[in-house]
Design a protein around this ligand. Structure first.
Ligand code: B16
Ligand code: MG
Length: 216
């Protein structure tokens, strides 16, 4: 018997590191607009939606754009980003992610994806992990961004479980807050100094086991 019936996984920073591709594409856009974009600022965009990311970048660059221009800029960035993720392979799956997903499923624990990315399906297909998720809730299916719990609550609903039966895996502060706001347990992926509110923090899914899950 397992204590929890479902695990919901964020994508970027938990299953794969797509932040490097987001960074390259945003930097290229910022440079075309005449300013630079640092890796430090890129950190602040983890888990943040595409539109909100663009608004923050324009703010940092001291640039104002109309809604129509913003739409064009977001599309331009996304085209470069998609070009890069189209070359992703299963070798880019973060250590332990596939193994932990398989262990969950073998133990009868349902799995869902809960990501802000509208490109989630493209990424999962390229890394060959689509089949390990019972439900996929991505940026195309939600209207409220994390820390709103919508993405995780929709995940629980799709898996036919209550929030108290779920454990969320998240690398972003806003994502950890979203899980807590949804009444779910949460495992932070990253630094305990940053993800202070998580029930447990590990450096990657390679540090997770069903035993640790049951102790939450
Ligand atoms: P897209 P996650 C997030 O993924 C990324 O961390 C964030 O940097 C990105 O802006 C967001 O997805 C939207 O991505 O432009 O592909 O729709 O961490 O929620 O899996
Ligand atoms: Mg993330």
């Amino acid at each position: 018997m397992t204590k929890y019936n479902a695990c919901i996984f964020d994508l970027d920073g938990v299953i794969v590191d797509t932040a490097v591709y987001h960074y390259k594409a945003w930097k290229r856009l910022a440079n075309e607009l005449g300013f630079d974009f640092t890796e430090e600022n890129n950190e602040k965009l983890k888990g943040v939606s595409r539109v909100r990311s663009l608004e923050l970048i324009l703010e940092w660059g001291g640039v104002t754009k109309t809604e129509a221009e913003k739409e064009e800029l977001a599309t331009r960035k996304n085209d470069w980003y998609v070009e890069m993720i189209n070359h992703m392979t299963p070798a880019e799956i973060l250590p332990g992610a596939k193994e932990f997903l398989e262990a969950c499923r073998a133990a009868g624990i349902k799995t869902a994806l809960g990501s802000a990315s509208k490109n989630s399906m493209t990424i999962l297909d390229h890394i060959n992990l689509t089949n390990l998720f019972d439900a996929i809730i991505d940026g195309n299916k939600v209207t409220n961004a994390k820390p709103d719990p919508e993405v995780f609550l929709k995940g629980a609903e799709a898996l036919h479980v209550s929030p108290s039966e779920c454990v969320v895996f998240e690398d972003a502060i806003a994502g950890v807050e979203a899980a807590i706001n949804g009444g779910m347990k949460v495992v932070g992926i990253g630094s305990p100094k940053v993800l202070k509110e998580a029930d447990l923090v590990v450096s990657g899914l390679n540090e997770m086991s069903l035993e640790r899950l049951n102790k939450l």
